[in-house]
Write a protein that binds this ligand. Structure first.
Ligand SMILES: [Zn+2]
Ligand SMILES: [Zn+2]
Length: 254
């Protein structure tokens, strides 16, 4: 559990938030750029962990049918990115610039980079090549529980429940939205499937392995260096409830 405090420029709106937070995501879409005057860096926080003061001073702009953006009506500070469908999205995005506390967070994801302004480069060079993966599992509830537990030490969590529109139930996981990894119902995948998730530290790899075994996974390779892949390749392997191999790997030297 972490706690962060923040406020708008004039101080009319202040807030506190507790819970577990996503890494920092930066959106370069045209709407975010116009809203903030640059790009929008935010973390997703649990909606029920947010306590607001001065809420009546916030004006909400519905920039699409799916989201409203909250800003201070007095000073204009961009503050909250609030998805409308509260069953699907249990989080609110908070503008990094509104936070008063030091956050201990770094930019992990850049999205809508095709719409970025031509006057800057993506600050940390993080871009996606693979947008997301989606596969079917035998028992969605069982696998959802397994992945939610096993991936938590890596900062990856369920961020969206899908299927209300197309009838196919599923869960999307990621450090935040948009989800990067989905499991869903349907005829389960047969044959070989191997998923490797990125870990920032070796301790996170160890924690992943423990959490996965605690959630019903089977050991498929203890945490340790695999120097035949790379000199700093530190990984652990488990199998998920369907027998698929799931790995966490840290490539940072230590
Ligand atoms: Zn203000
Ligand atoms: Zn955006």
């Amino acid at each position: 559990m972490s706690m962060l405090k923040g406020s708008c420029l004039c101080g009319a709106v202040t807030f506190e938030v507790t819970g577990s937070f996503s890494p920092v995501e930066v959106c370069h879409c045209v709407q975010c750029r116009k809203w903030t005057g640059h790009f929008f860096a935010n973390i997703e926080v649990p909606r029920d962990g947010l306590v607001l003061r001065g809420e009546e001073r916030i004006t909400w702009h519905h920039s699409s049918a799916k989201v409203r953006r909250g800003f201070c009506a007095t000073c204009g500070s961009s503050l909250f990115f609030d998805p409308i469908d509260r069953n699907k999205h249990q989080w609110v995005g908070i503008a990094m610039g509104a936070l008063d506390s030091s956050t201990g967070k770094k930019i992990a994801v850049n999205i809508y980079t095709a719409e970025k302004g031509d006057y800057y480069d993506i600050p940390d060079g993080v871009t996606r090549t693979l947008d997301h993966v989606d596969f079917a599992v035998r028992d969605l509830a069982r696998s959802r529980t397994f992945y939610a537990s096993a991936l938590a030490p890596l900062g990856i969590r369920p961020v969206v429940e899908t299927g209300r529109e197309d009838g196919r139930q599923g869960t999307g996981f990621g450090p935040g939205e948009p989800a990067q990894f989905y499991i869903g119902g349907g005829p389960p995948v047969a044959g070989r499937l191997h998923l490797a998730f990125a870990a920032q530290t070796r301790a996170a790899v160890d924690a992943f392995h423990r959490a996965a075994l605690g959630a019903g996974g089977q050991d498929h390779g203890k945490p340790g260096l695999r120097t035949h892949y790379d000199e700093d390749y530190y990984a652990a392997y488990v199998t998920d409830p369907d027998g698929h191999v799931v790995e966490a790997v840290c490539r940072q030297p230590e």
